[in-house]
Design a protein around this ligand. Structure first.
Ligand code: DAK
Length: 260
């Protein structure tokens, strides 16, 4: 597929997607959001892509938010479409069938943090700054930030971050549970790829179903979540991967999963 704002590189099944508007600190305009929707489709459908890494072009920003200049001239109707498109992009990344890791290489603000929160988890460079500064502009987070962030770090910390528009360092964001790992800027992609290749050794269908169970289950009460897990689990027993994984263990060899 052709993308106007994202560059792609497939490294042995790990697709590195760089949002590529460095002059605007990779800010999200409708073109980027449309490209993210297309990208999520491509990742789902393209068997050569096993895992997606989202990052920003350049050494300054992951994504510095929604495009403020583009928003200035939006009519209410255009803002409504922008809102729908943003939500569609975030949900498609969140529910992509394959794992998605955010490699946060710099400013990760507003819609940029909302995008990173839609990924399965976040690794960040020591230089990264993360926050939801929308209230500085007289607006508030509108691409899922008021919903995904409190579910991740709790209501009170989320409200403090949103109300103060504070920018957290990568280290603070890790302490708050937003970031899983902090790396030097030079080693960020290497560390992400190392983890990606660990994940790729596992059963792909198992990862896909585990992701569904976590994503769909965490918004349910515990009994409904457990019922969901019980409902999803038996299907893994119909896969070749399950037979291969268990046979390989018993034969004391590495499993050769086919994703079937
Ligand atoms: N949008 C557009 N351009 C941006 C940008 C952004 N978010 N952030 C930076 N830029 C541009 C700057 O304007 C500048 O462009 P030129 O002047 O060179 O043409 C260039 O990137 C470099 O930025 P700076 O010169 O400002 O660089 P500094 O190192 O001095 O500062 C900074 C870096 C990240 C601290 C600063 O650029 C900054 O504060 N940027 C804005 C961060 C921000 O407020 N982000 C939140 C955006 S609001 C919606 C749902 C959701 C949203 C909106 C609507 N609906 C449901 C409708 C989401 C809103 C947001 O994300």
């Amino acid at each position: 597929m052709e993308y106007s704002t994202i560059s792609l590189e497939n490294r042995e099944g790990v697709c590195i997607a760089k949002i590529n508007r460095p002059k605007a600190l990779n800010a999200l305009n409708p073109d980027v959001l449309n490209d993210l929707v297309k990208l999520a489709h491509e990742v789902n459908e393209n068997s050569e892509i096993k895992l997606l890494v989202l990052t920003g072009e350049g050494d300054k920003a992951f994504v510095a938010g929604a495009d403020i200049a583009a928003m200035q001239s939006m009519s209410p109707l255009e803002a409504n479409r922008f809102c729908q498109l943003g939500h569609q992009a975030m949900s498609m990344i969140e529910n992509c069938r394959k794992p998605v890791i955010a490699a946060v290489n710099g400013f990760c603000l507003g819609g940029g943090l909302e995008l990173a929160l839609s990924c399965d988890f976040i690794y960040a460079s020591e230089k990264a700054k993360l926050g939801l500064p929308e209230v500085n502009l007289g607006i508030f987070p509108g691409f899922g930030g008021t919903q995904r962030l409190p579910r991740l770090i709790g209501k009170n910390r989320a409200k403090e971050l949103i109300f103060t528009a504070a920018m957290l360092s990568a280290q603070q964001a890790q302490e708050w549970g937003i970031v899983n790992k902090v790396c030097s800027p030079e080693s960020l992609l290497e560390e992400v790829e190392k983890t990606a290749h660990e994940i790729l050794k596992k059963g792909p269908v198992a990862i896909e179903l585990a992701k569904r169970s976590v994503n769909e289950g965490t918004d349910l009460d515990i009994n409904s979540g457990l019922a969901l897990e019980k409902a999803i689990f038996p299907s893994i027993f119909s896969t070749e991967d399950k037979n291969e994984g268990i046979t390989a263990f018993l034969e004391k060899r590495a499993a050769n999963f086919k994703g079937q």
